[in-house]
Design a protein around this ligand. Structure first.
Ligand SMILES: [Zn+2]
Length: 322
């Protein structure tokens, strides 16, 4: 967890430089009025910080907005560093949809560039899960200095709970309606239609996981707390809230001990970080490995093309592994 702190410190100077570049670029963009006014209105420019919010924005905005994402496909969002183009996009967007305290680089850019165009989905998502370090091998700070401050933090991974996604969709519709009042009713209707799909997904998880023999889900990083809470599972993350490439040896030892003690049969690995850690725990305990996607970004290895498909692939994986 020391990297985010370093980024937070380094970012202002960097952003000042980038900002200067952005101002120069702005004169060349189509938005400065140099081009003849089109007959119709331009759509909203929406920038989303990472995949689940990009998908949500596209569903709610439909074809009324141009939706861009800051975290490119295949990039791990927690520690993604923004490019100058990303920062320019934040400074030019009509609405910046992000989740505070998930991506320090995004937080810094939003703070400096977005002003009241920023929309933090955290309160609509009702982030009420507190992640406590050290429970069942969850989080192991490598140095004592950081152990205390990382001990209890809010879990940001709300998107694994379909009903929290629906609540964020409603709030986003309201926010887009404020930026584009003429289309407010359409945003509201789109969010309502999306809620129906998300309720269906929620029902599939509820019935699909009801009869699983094991409730203990051992995951590569602790991304599934809200899923576990929503559907009566117990998450045991080898890494904490961010997927450190090299967890502390004690994290591996604790996870291995938990797996043995509770007869866990499956260790779940993810798409955006190496499967090596999950494989190590599996090898030591005789468990199998399966993919469980944190749905933090799409890659070629993703088992689906959008949020709903990835969630259904996760459901199938859990049903097979539990
Ligand atoms: Zn995560």
């Amino acid at each position: 967890m020391s990297l985010p702190r370093r980024l937070r410190t380094a970012a202002p100077g960097l952003l000042a430089l980038i900002c200067a570049g952005t101002l120069t670029l702005a004169g060349c963009s189509a938005a400065d009025g140099a081009e003849p006014a089109a007959a119709g209105r331009d759509g909203l420019a929406v920038v989303a910080s990472f995949y689940p919010l990009e998908w949500l924005s596209r569903q709610v905005a439909g074809d009324l907005a141009d939706v861009a994402t800051l975290t490119p496909p295949g990039a791990e969002p927690h520690e993604y560093e923004l490019t100058p183009q990303d920062v320019a996009a934040v400074s030019e967007a009509d609405v910046v949809v992000y989740l505070d305290a998930l991506q320090p680089a995004v937080d810094a850019a939003v703070e400096q560039q977005a002003g009241d165009r920023a929309f933090d989905v955290g309160s609509a998502a009702d982030l009420d899960l507190v992640y406590v370090a050290g429970e069942h091998g969850d989080e192991h700070a490598e140095d004592e200095e950081h152990a205390g401050e990382d001990a209890a933090v809010t879990d940001p991974h709300f998107w694994h709970d379909p009903m929290r996604m629906a609540a964020v969709a409603d709030a986003l519709a309201e926010r887009l309606g404020r930026a584009d009042a003429a289309d407010a009713a359409t945003y509201t209707a789109n969010a309502a239609a999306l809620r129906t799909q998300l309720e269906e997904l929620d029902g599939e998880f509820r019935s699909g996981l009801a009869t699983c023999a094991s409730r203990d889900v051992v995951t590569r990083h602790s991304a599934f707390g809200y899923l576990a809470e929503a559907f009566g599972l117990h998450q045991v993350g080898i890494s904490g809230l961010a997927p450190d490439e090299e967890p502390a040896p004690s994290a591996l030892t604790d996870a291995t001990a938990f797996v043995r003690e509770h007869g866990v049969s499956t260790i779940y690995f993810e798409t955006l970080v190496s499967p090596a850690v999950a494989e190590t725990v599996a090898r030591e305990t005789g468990a199998r490995t399966r993919q469980l996607d944190p749905v933090e970004g799409l890659t070629d290895a993703s088992q689906g093309d959008d949020y709903l498909e990835l969630m259904r692939a996760n459901l199938a994986s859990l049903r097979a592994g539990q």
